[in-house]
Write a protein that binds this ligand. Structure first.
Ligand code: ADP
Ligand code: MG
Ligand code: ZN
Length: 496
């Protein structure tokens, strides 16, 4: 258990996460503007997302489908009727003066996520399965972006408004305050991210901000029933930062309390350079936002038949896929976990098996070699020149004795760089294994002729020297000798 010691006793930390996931739709939530990232400022805008007078929002149907998918994946109750509400506040990146969100009737409620949490201090088997509640999932629109430096005009006294992101659809996923350690929070977020990527609902890119996480943190003495006052920390764009920020914030709050102070409910920002949180603004309460149902939008009604249709279209999710890999391919849970960690990796693995039905060999190669080649970067899986058929072809060449197991690693690494076929690489690099008796015998004869003392000792009964001769021939042939054949021939020659 994760606890922190203070003078007044032992504290535990209470954490609830609010996650904003940018949905992978082509167009925005209430207009037909493109959601493409990286366009020049304000290129992806129209009268609706610029909030010109007289315009009306029209809901993007895909957004509702994505929200329902996320609801199924988190075992939530899906509302047949949900309502869009206006959340009113003023900020220059919000041209309407309100954000369209969902408040009283969100599209999903009462979900949960089951995760394996790495227990602190324990070694390999230290994983505990925990379930964390999801309070609600709702649909809302993103705000624009304020740039405090213009890319061309170097004036420092102006702020520039880019509304390309205004109106891009988000899913907000709010957890119950049920996490009790930074590790819990990281495990929850990793699982949520993995699930959304599997669903194709979000690309999960935290650096570019398509997945953003705010951490609500409070502390209390162990045994106390009431929650302490929480702070909400924003600007957490990596798992490492989330872990550090929660730990920092819990420690800071304990210090305040131990000195007789009070925690103020506020929004704080994580400073990744200083590794500290600092106060941004006092926390608004819900009533400050003057929420009310948006009169421009009808309630969102979802037919039971459409919900069923969406349910049928759900892809296989991480837990199911992992269980299937274990039972169908006899993989260890550890290996199955790695292979299903990224959806594209799991697909790559299964594509390799299409015409090479040796799952354990393929799994071992992917885990030990391939992961290193792609540096665990999911985007590499599609962009690299190494395709699944290369893997099956190469492993078959090991099985038929054309190359050795160690040469196969070189072959695949070279394909990764060049995209050439295994046969081309083997030829170019001279990696073919030598199994031909005469070629091997010629090398063995040379070594025997050059090592009269070792031959003598071997004949005097020092069997261990067999390894010496095999090793010398292997070295002379740069590892290309067929090891089985070589052993056999060395024995034969020495006892002749
Ligand atoms: P707000 O809109 O004020 O941020 P939300 O209901 O959207 O409120 O989110 C509140 C988040 O804070 C939830 O994730 C919830 O689990 C978490 N939370 C609530 N109370 C506490 C607490 N005392 N300590 C830590 N987290 C809390
Ligand atoms: Mg909130
Ligand atoms: Zn628009």
């Amino acid at each position: 258990m994760y606890t922190l010691e203070g003078k007044k006793g032992t504290y535990e930390v209470v954490i609830g996460l609010e996650v904003h996931a940018q949905m992978l739709t082509q167009s925005k939530l209430f207009c037909s503007c493109s959601t493409t990232f990286g366009k020049s400022p304000n290129q992806n805008t129209c009268p609706v997302c610029l909030a010109l007078p007289g315009v009306l929002p029209v809901l993007n149907k895909k957004v509702a489908e994505f929200a329902v998918k996320a609801g199924f994946a988190t075992q939530s109750t899906i509302a047949r009727k949900s309502v869009f509400a206006r959340k009113n506040y003023f900020y220059p990146d919000l041209p309407k003066g309100y954000q369209i969100s969902q408040y009283e009737l969100p599209i999903c409620q009462h979900g949960k996520l089951t995760v394996d949490v790495e227990e602190e201090g324990s070694q390999n088997s230290g994983k505990e399965t925990k379930t964390f509640g999801i309070t609600r999932i709702h649909i809302e629109e993103d705000a624009g972006k304020l740039l405090h430096e213009h890319p061309e005009h170097r004036s420092s006294d102006s702020t520039w408004v880019d509304l390309n992101r205004a109106g891009v659809p988000l899913l907000e996923i709010v957890s119950e305050p049920e996490m009790r350690s930074p590790q819990d929070a990281v495990a929850y977020l990793k699982k949520l991210r993995q699930t959304l990527i599997y669903l194709g609902v979000c690309d999960g890119n935290m650096e570019e901000g398509s997945l953003r996480c705010d951490a609500n943190v409070s502390v209390r003495l162990v045994g106390s029933k009431d929650f302490g006052t929480r702070t909400e920390t924003k600007n957490l764009n990596s798992f490492k930062h989330i872990e550090k920020a929660i730990h920092y914030e819990a420690t800071r709050q304990i210090e305040v309390l131990e000195e007789g102070g009070r925690i103020v409910q506020e929004t704080r920002l994580w400073d990744p350079d200083q590794e500290k949180t600092y106060s941004m603004r006092s926390k608004e309460d819900a009533h400050d936002y003057r929420y009310f149902p948006d009169p421009d939008l009808l309630p969102l009604l979802i037919e039971e038949s459409w919900i069923e249709e969406i349910k049928k279209s759900l892809p296989e999710l991480p837990d199911t896929k992992k269980a299937r890999f274990i039972s169908d391919y006899q993989l260890t849970p550890y290996d199955a976990d790695i292979l299903t960690s990224l959806k594209k990796l799991a697909d790559f693995f299964e594509a390799c098996l299409k015409d090479y039905k040796q799952p354990k060999k393929v799994a071992a190669w992917i885990i030990n070699e391939y992961m290193r080649l792609i540096k665990a970067d999911e985007t590499m899986i599609e962009s690299t020149l190494l395709k699944p058929h290369h893997v099956s072809e190469t492993l078959k060449l090991v099985d038929d004795g054309t190359i050795s197991g160690s040469a196969s690693k070189t072959v695949l690494a070279k394909i990764f760089e060049t995209g050439l076929s295994p046969k081309e690489i083997i030829e170019k690099e001279g990696l073919a294994q030598v199994s031909d008796d005469r070629a091997l015998e010629a090398e063995i004869d040379k070594i025997i002729a050059n090592s009269p003392k070792e031959v003598e000792r071997f004949k005097a009964g020092n069997d261990k020297l067999l390894g010496f001769f095999v090793g010398q021939v292997m070295k002379a042939m740069q590892g290309r000798a067929n090891p089985g054949k070589l052993n056999e021939l060395v024995k034969k020659k020495l006892s002749a």
